[in-house]
Design a protein around this ligand. Structure first.
Ligand code: MV4
Length: 447
């Protein structure tokens, strides 16, 4: 096992990784920008290195500074966390070239899944159903129209190097396609540094269902069930739950078997997530995330498996000590993402936290680096806490969630706790009757 791990991230996820290291007797190195000198994960780390000024480009994305920090502290391995460099194949390769272990998938798998067209093609080859679409990127309107002949309108134009929904465009007829294609190509080039786009049939009211997998890199794969991430606004997830209220046991098993077979075939290593759209009883693969995800704790709560610990063991070459039949998924879990934002207009609300009282009790977990007196910096993602609830049943989980949201006090800044309080009593949410558009409508209706 590693003796010392450098955590190349910040905030709650850096603290989450620190905790797993600590429990395994591994020393931690926190790297931080000048804006994060007083952060909780920095205070708790064994060693700290300031790697640059507040802008992420000069600190958390500064590969040379991170590698220097790993060198001077004598770290064995680097955990990239999520966001920042977590899905940068060149970073993963550079880490390894410098003699450190990258705690994550192989650079080849990161690169493959980073290209959405190649990822879909790989998925199709591995027997995973995908959304009907262009087999390749479409260079011009002629190629796009030819592709639409087989797909049918409406189509969605997506960036090959994209993900997360930025720059997507719906075309409902040939005129819209001709108008939107060059705009989408231009946006793809400016957002992602690659102007290639592809087409997919536009699913009007799907749910977003993803499956958590762990691979040992030697063909061993297990899954930890699915997560329903349909509750989102502006492509930001707001609340996730597992199991999905939309799936039956057969569908759940089908999805798990499919994911395990496919990723075993490619010898996938570390934690990964296959994202699907689910509509009218059918699954369609859209993307794979080759990283730890924000919502990973709900899978931990129902499985009892510490995903970050598994990532560390896998990266150290320790084979799985259990198999799929040993994984028991118990009860129900929900995560509420709490952001430093106004809960009505979603404007960021950085500043000093005055009064911090997190909830507790059975089945309540709070993943957060907040503390009384902490100053939320304005430079980064506004996620400041994750409230994770576990219950024997979905109903117990919901009752407990309402209780925990009532207890949670974060003073001095606006947070999205009030949004979660409204959501937790909304009839459609209680009934599990929602798709990827429902929350946007719910937020609009509340105004
Ligand atoms: C889609 C879609 C409908 N049809 N693809 C958005 C993020 C990216 N990961 C994929 N996304 C979508 N792809 C087809 N063919 C609708 C979305 C989508 C979405 C997906 C998951 C969660 C929230 C979403 C919000 C808007 C659109």
């Amino acid at each position: 096992m590693f003796e010392k791990v450098l955590i190349a991230n910040r905030g709650e996820i850096a603290l989450r990784i620190h905790r797993a290291c600590r429990e395994m007797g591994i020393k931690t190195v926190a790297v931080h920008s000048t804006a994060d000198a007083n952060a909780m994960n920095v205070r708790l780390a064994d060693e700290t290195v300031c790697i640059g000024p507040p802008p992420a480009r000069e600190s958390y994305l500064n590969i040379a500074a991170i590698l220097s920090a790993a060198t001077i502290t004598g770290a064995d391995a680097i955990h990239p966390g999520l966001g920042f460099l977590a899905e940068d194949a060149n970073f993963a390769a550079t880490v390894e070239e410098h003699g450190f272990t990258f705690i994550g998938p192989s650079p080849e798998h990161i690169r493959l899944m980073g290209n959405k067209v190649a990822a879909k093609e790989a998925a199709r080859r591995l027997g995973i159903p995908t959304v009907p679409g262009s087999a390749d990127s479409v260079p011009d309107v002629t190629a796009a129209e030819a592709a639409v002949c087989a797909i049918g309108y409406p189509v969605l134009i997506k960036a090959s190097a994209g993900g997360g929904g930025r720059g997507m465009k719906v075309a409902r007829n040939a005129a819209e396609l001709a108008r939107l294609l060059p705009i989408a190509q231009h946006e793809a080039a400016s957002f992602f540094g690659c102007g290639e786009v592809y087409l997919e049939r536009h699913l009007e009211r799907p749910r977003h269902v993803e499956i958590q997998v762990l691979g040992d890199g030697k063909g061993g794969i297990i899954h930890l069930g699915e997560r329903d991430c349909s509750l989102q606004r502006s492509h930001q997830k707001v609340l996730e739950e597992t199991p999905s209220p939309a799936l039956n046991c057969t569908e759940r098993e089908q999805l798990g078997t499919l994911a395990v077979a496919a990723l075993g075939e490619i010898g996938y290593r570390s934690a990964g997530t296959l994202e699907f759209l689910y509509q009218d009883g059918e699954f369609f693969f859209i993307e794979m995330n080759t990283r730890l995800q924000v919502e990973h704790p709900i899978s931990e709560m129902i499985s009892g498996i510490d995903i970050v610990r598994e990532q560390l063991c896998i990266a150290a070459g320790v084979p799985f000590g259990y198999r799929q039949s040993d994984v028991k998924l118990c009860g129900h879990a929900i995560e509420c993402r709490i952001n430093a934002e106004n809960s009505e207009n979603f404007r960021p609300s950085p500043g000093r936290v005055t009064g911090y009282h997190p909830p507790g009790g059975l089945g309540v977990r709070v993943d957060s680096a907040l503390y009384d007196g902490y100053e939320v910096p304005p430079y980064y993602d506004s996620l400041v806490s994750k409230l994770i609830i576990h219950g024997k049943s979905r109903n117990e989980c919901l009752m407990r969630l309402r209780r925990a949201l009532e207890e949670y006090v974060i003073g001095g800044i606006d947070t999205t706790i009030p949004l979660h309080q409204r959501l937790a009593v909304a009839p459609e949410f209680i009934d599990g009757d929602y798709d990827i558009h429902w929350l946007e409508e719910f937020v609009r209706r509340a105004k």
